[in-house]
Design a protein around this ligand. Structure first.
Ligand SMILES: [Zn+2]
Length: 314
């Protein structure tokens, strides 16, 4: 049994996860009838586009960040040695920073998270360039859904020179419990009128459900898109080091607010995703950051929607 499963079973089922599994039941049923797949439309160094039903989904790279490998921890808080390190430096792990966009004709496009802007390392803050590469105008973005209020997810609302990145923005969906942290960034105060606080279980549209994923940050929120053919869960920071945490989801990340709740959420959601064949799209999954989860050994494995290209932003 995986470490953390006991915690998991002790926790009462959250309404959000009940909603998620109810929603996914139908997908599971459909999958027993025929295996549907997303159709890859395009792939570039920093962009990936696919279609599911009448929906288009883009994965857009904001860049990457190298962080101390010691941030990955065993449940007893011991440091975990990482097997893979893209920079040949095993003191660091490289995290992709992904944003996502989905739309269908007749509805507002929704951008999931907006990257780090100019607030952090220059290896991040490239969302607008990725959008240009994908042929998506920043002025076409009217709705942003934030998974949480950490800097690598919200600061891309502003360009490095302080201008707004998305001039037509009308609404920013954000977990109710993440609002305070968002507004703690003085430069983001100007977005206060656009904030639309939500809670797990809220149905945001016919096709879109908010799913609370507690543990990583206050108000950490997933967004479950139903395309009529697939369910895609934009799961934010459920996983930080995919090379380690799919196989060993009990490993925690030092930046999680609450290790044990984050671990329980991760194990429960990965199990749910493997059981119901939903797609996961994660902010720090390796490019293209979207794929399926299967059980493997004591843990899980991730099957990306497409092989990553080797070129990355630098
Ligand atoms: Zn993050």
């Amino acid at each position: 049994m995986l470490e953390g499963q006991r915690n998991l079973e002790d926790r009462s089922e959250s309404d959000d996860f009940e909603n998620l599994t109810a929603q996914c039941y139908f997908t599971k049923f459909r999958h027993t009838l025929s295996r549907l797949a997303v159709e890859v439309l395009s792939q570039g160094a920093n962009t990936f586009g696919c279609a599911s039903g009448s929906w288009k989904i883009w994965s857009l790279s904001d860049g990457y960040v190298d962080l101390p490998a010691e941030s990955l921890r065993h449940p007893n808080n011991k440091m975990c040695r990482q097997a893979e390190s893209p920079q040949q430096d095993d003191s660091l792990v490289r995290l992709s920073v992904n944003c996502f966009l989905f739309d269908r004709s007749g509805i507002d496009r929704v951008l999931i998270d907006c990257g780090a802007g100019g607030s952090w390392d220059p290896s991040m803050g490239h969302l607008v360039e990725a959008m240009a590469e994908a042929g998506v105008e920043t002025s076409s973005i009217t709705v942003i859904a934030l998974t949480h209020a950490h800097g690598d997810h919200i600061n891309g609302l502003l360009m490095p020179d302080g201008r707004r990145a998305f001039n037509s923005l009308r609404k920013i969906m954000i977990g109710q419990d993440a609002v305070e942290e968002f507004l703690a960034e003085p430069e983001l105060e100007e977005f206060r009128p656009l904030l639309a606080p939500i809670n797990g279980g809220d149905r945001l549209a016919d096709h879109l459900l908010a799913v609370a994923i507690p543990g990583h940050a206050r108000g950490h929120m997933g967004y479950l898109l139903n395309t009529d053919e697939e369910d895609v869960l934009f799961c934010g920071d459920l996983i930080h080091v995919p090379a380690a945490q799919f196989a060993r989801p009990e490993l925690t990340w030092a930046y999680d607010d609450d290790d044990s709740i984050a671990r329980a959420s991760r194990i429960k959601l990965l199990q749910g995703a493997a059981d119901t064949h939903i797609w996961l799209a994660g902010a720090h999954l390796g490019r293209p950051g979207i794929g399926r989860v299967v059980e493997e050994g004591e843990g899980f494995a991730f099957i990306p929607a497409a092989k990553p290209l080797t070129t990355e932003l630098s």
